[in-house]
Design a protein around this ligand. Structure first.
Ligand code: NAP
Length: 477
């Protein structure tokens, strides 16, 4: 068993609890077992809710300054131990070392940002227009938050929820993805070391995700659900939360268009494409999924992208020499290969850019030329290193194809200058648009989608409001 320095129990009420049944966590690059962790039953999930509910009584009235200082300490601990965090991320997720280190840094920043936001929660005061009363508004912590996170960013998706929740005065029960629980358990340990009181953060890992989650969502002590994952599971959970009219924040799937318009700088577009597509090996909700390239740029862009893909080194992510690590599992790798097969069945040629190691859930990158808008590779979230290229001639046609999806998380626009880029960006039906660059995410920016990509925003000034309830007092003064 390879060694990782993460706790392996359930974190409930400040104690690490072991369970009789265990779950194995695998390294997808070597198929070795990294650790055996706790397997929560429904009763453990409800114990975690009870612990969070008890802790809420004091945490919600703990001065914001004190909450901020704990989050700040969490930021400092994490920043001092970035390599430990990156090692766990890379080993359990498979991603390249550079991506893992980048994620650890990004994840720590949520603790810093929300440590700063904790003491800036605003209230309001104004007169009613007819002056018969004053309107005083307050924001109070909503209560116990249930959080479910995906495997593709096991650290950042956890801190992007935990940091604002704790800053707001909420307590948490976090359930990380089955493939990547160790990073979340390590973050739980960081928060304990930073001084989070017992029960403020509880973490459960389980092989019975459906029943455990349903029981937690049905518990009246739970006040909100914060979910990041696929649109399919998000919709299923929204049906459950409807029964209790439970506020729900949903960060769901994407199918991001990358459009290079006439006049765009091809080299800048290729560099942007490498980041937008290849960060995390393409397993990002924000990954550029479909490339619409103006006919005047298409040949040069495609040839240069093919060369950049072919130059990538592929192998275990833990080795810093590799640009592209393993996919998280064979199942996820095979989903991508099946989509490529479907595309080939539709008539395109899909040639791998490189060979891959025999052992491990590796996949070669692919640039796929002459793809038709509406085909399999443009309709589905590919979630891997595949770049389908569609050529367009007319600006309106490019915009129409980009928006022709039920998703609306992010778009990438490359134009001849920033002014033109912003004009085109306003036509994109997505919650975020990167203009002439391949990366948009920032802890200080509102992250979230339109259409079926989600409800609500995380990060920025908006993120803390997912964990606050507005209360209004009508007062005669
Ligand atoms: P997923 O299959 O939806 O799983 C996400 C989480 O939901 C996991 O923790 C999973 O637990 C849990 N889950 C599955 N079935 C459940 C159920 N019946 N009840 C309660 N929870 C359940 O997604 P994924 O494959 O891990 O992640 C990839 C997806 O996430 C992509 O679509 C991607 O675009 C999206 N994503 C979105 C964002 C964003 O911010 N918008 C960020 C990252 C990823 P188990 O692992 O235990 O099954």
């Amino acid at each position: 068993m390879s060694s990782v320095t993460a706790p392996t129990g359930l974190l409930i009420g400040g104690e690490w609890q072991q369970t009789q049944k265990r779950i194995q966590v695998m390294d997808p690059a070597t198929f070795t077992v990294l650790a055996e962790i706790g397997d929560a039953e429904v009763a453990d999930g409800l114990d975690a809710v009870a612990a969070a509910h008890d802790a809420f009584q004091t945490w919600s009235v703990t001065p914001a300054r004190q909450r901020a200082e704990i989050l700040r300490r969490a930021f400092e601990i994490m920043s001092a131990e970035l390599e430990t965090c990156a090692r766990i991320i890379s080993l359990e997720n498979g991603k390249a070392w550079r991506d893992a280190l980048g994620e650890a840094t990004y994840a720590a920043e949520f603790f810093r940002w929300f440590s700063e936001e904790a003491s800036r929660i605003e209230g309001g005061f104004r007169y009613a227009p007819n002056r018969d009363k004053t309107i005083i508004t307050d924001h109070r912590p909503i209560g116990v938050a249930y959080m479910i996170t995906p495997w593709n960013f096991p650290a950042a998706m956890a801190t992007r929820k935990l940091a604002p929740a704790l800053a707001a005065g909420c307590t948490a029960v976090l359930k990380p993805a089955g493939e990547t629980p160790l990073t979340a358990l390590w973050i739980g340990d960081v928060l304990q070391r930073a001084g989070a009181p017992a029960g403020v953060v509880n973490i459960i890992t389980t092989s019975q995700t459906g029943p455990v989650s349903s029981a937690i969502l049905a518990d009246p002590r739970v006040a909100t659900l914060s979910f990041t994952g696929s649109t399919y599971v998000g919709k299923m959970l929204l049906k459950q939360t409807a029964d209790r009219v439970l506020p729900s924040s949903m960060e769901l799937g994407g199918n991001a268009p990358f459009i290079a318009f006439e006049g765009a700088d091809v080299d800048a577009a290729v560099s942007g494409a490498m980041i937008a597509k290849m960060r995390n090996g393409g397993a990002a909700c924000t990954a550029a999924n479909r490339f619409y390239i103006h006919e005047s740029l298409a040949e040069e862009f495609t040839t240069k992208l093919e060369s950049a893909f072919a130059a990538l080194t592929i192998g275990p992510g833990i080795d810093p020499a590799n640009d592209l690590g393993a996919m998280v599992s064979v199942k996820e790798r095979d989903k991508i290969l099946e989509l490529l097969q479907e595309a080939v069945g539709e008539g395109v040629v899909a040639t791998p850019s490189s060979t891959v190691p025999e052992l491990g859930a590796f996949i070669s990158p692919y640039v796929v030329r002459d793809v038709i808008h509406g085909s399999a590779l443009t309709r589905n979230e590919v979630f891997g290193p595949v770049a389908p290229i569609v050529t367009f001639t007319d600006e309106d046609e490019g915009v129409r194809m980009a928006n022709d999806t039920e998703y609306g998380l992010i778009s990438y626009v490359f134009a001849k200058d920033p002014g033109t880029g912003v004009k085109l960006a306003r036509r994109m039906e997505s919650g975020m648009v990167a203009v002439n660059r391949g990366l948009a995410s920032d802890p200080a920016a509102p992250f979230g989608g339109m259409k079926e990509s989600g409800l609500g925003r995380e990060g920025g000034f908006a993120g803390i409001h997912e964990f606050l309830e507005t209360q209004y007092f009508a007062v005669d003064l």
